[in-house]
Design a protein around this ligand. Structure first.
Ligand SMILES: C[S@@+](CC[C@H](N)C(=O)[O-])C[C@H]1O[C@@H](n2cnc3c(N)ncnc32)[C@H](O)[C@@H]1O
Length: 308
């Protein structure tokens, strides 16, 4: 390993293995408005069609119906059980490649994908620079990156701070870890990190303007989401919502979109142990010919978390 690179194994991960995230957070939990508002933002920001899209931290695949204009969709998550839930929803069709891996150590070859989407994930990321560097590596030059992050400078946190109910300042640009491995970020800070890693921010949409319990009780989610959608474009001027979406583009000489999708695993995966790309694929494992590492394929999920 390059001694200048942080050891990905040393960065703590918010582990959702075995989590009931879908049931606890989404199903009948009063978040239909947030779900609809996020969908509006993604529809506006993500190119509707393309060759290959990567969703990082896909969870149970809540947003995957929005990516159907892409020929191939790579769904990556650290949690095997979340991927299993996604697979139960979406099936094992050829369109999807399920990958269990750490986003700090993605087993994907450089410049593979045309678009990356990452929603409700970076708030668990302890090393943002390293994560964005990995995304930059796997995105083709000119490719699109849609990122959602939790905004520390939102109206609620500003009121709480003014009333003395919150110790940290929403105006301080540094991230705040309000609970272990849960971070809120300042828009200026996040834009600077994107620029550091070679992304050019093209569009910012503010999301969940109306995340206020009394409004959510009083009005149907669809009506609130429609109003939110009409306000989201103001994100180009100011960002005071709890959630912010940014569309950025990877710099560098733009290459054409990949048409079709590699049948050979060497065009898709690089070995997390040695970065080699010579593979022998069998029904239940994939074997690196360069370093001899063997990684399981379990029920259609490529598992690059622990070698056999
Ligand atoms: C809050 S859930 C969001 C799921 C989905 N993006 C959504 O919006 O419904 C966060 C997801 O990020 C995944 N995750 C967290 N840290 C990760 C890491 N280091 N590498 C890959 N996935 C990670 C978790 O396993 C979990 O599925």
């Amino acid at each position: 390993m390059d001694p200048r690179q942080p050891d990905p194994q040393a960065i703590p991960v918010c582990d959702y293995e075995g989590s009931d995230y879908q049931a606890r957070f989404w199903t009948n939990q009063g978040r239909e408005y947030e779900d609809l508002a996020e969908r509006i933002a993604i529809r506006h920001m993500l190119p509707p069609r393309g060759g290959c899209l990567l969703e990082i931290g896909t969870g149970f695949g809540r947003l995957v119906d929005l990516y159907q204009g892409y020929e191939r969709i790579v769904l990556l998550d650290y949690s095997r059980s979340m991927l299993r839930q996604a697979q139960e929803r979406l099936g094992q069709g050829k369109k999807y490649t399920y990958v269990a891996a750490n986003l700090y150590d993605m087993p994907l070859v450089d410049r593979l994908v045309d678009a990356v989407c990452m929603v409700r994930v970076i708030h668990h990321v302890a090393d943002v620079a390293d994560a964005l560097g990995q995304i930059h590596r796997v995105l083709r030059p000119g490719g699109t990156f849609v990122l959602e992050y939790a905004n520390k400078r939102n109206l609620k946190s500003m009121f709480r701070y003014a009333l003395g109910r919150q110790s940290w300042s929403p105006f301080d640009p540094e991230p705040v870890e309000f609970v272990s491995l849960n971070y809120d970020y300042h828009p200026r800070w996040m834009n600077a990190r994107l620029a550091d890693q070679g992304f050019a921010v093209e569009q910012t949409r503010t999301v969940s303007h109306l995340r206020v319990p009394i409004l959510k009780r009083a009005f149907p989610a669809r009506a609130l989401a429609a109003v939110d959608g009409a306000l989201q474009w103001t994100g180009r001027w100011w960002q005071y919502t709890p959630s912010v979406f940014v569309r950025s583009r990877r710099g560098g000489q733009a290459a054409g979109e990949r048409s079709g999708f590699p049948a050979d695993p060497g065009e898709l995966f690089r070995c997390p142990a040695c970065t080699g790309r010579r593979w022998q694929q069998m029904a239940s494992e994939i074997h690196c010919q360069s370093c001899d590492a063997r990684w399981p394929i379990d029920g259609g999920i490529y598992d690059f978390k622990e070698r056999l």
